[in-house]
Design a protein around this ligand. Structure first.
Ligand code: F3S
Length: 62
């Protein structure tokens, strides 16, 4: 699976890197997800972060 943050939607609440710092980090005022496949062991927390985003800025693709 892959995770993508829409930089236009992200409001920089920093929730995703606090839930799953292995996949999301802040890059200036918005979050950015790692490029490429999310490592298997971080899939659950990456998904949880996406579901927790208050503005639904994180898209998960299989
Ligand atoms: Fe942005 Fe949502 Fe993460 S607002 S910082 S993508 S939880």
């Amino acid at each position: 699976m892959k995770a993508i943050v829409d930089p236009d939607a992200c409001i920089g609440c920093e929730l995703c890197p606090s839930i799953c710092p292995e996949v999301y980090r802040m890059e200036g005022p918005v979050a950015k997800a790692i490029e490429g496949e999310v490592p298997k062991e971080f899939e659950d927390s990456a998904r949880e972060a996406a579901e927790s985003c208050p503005v639904e800025a994180i898209k998960i693709t299989e």
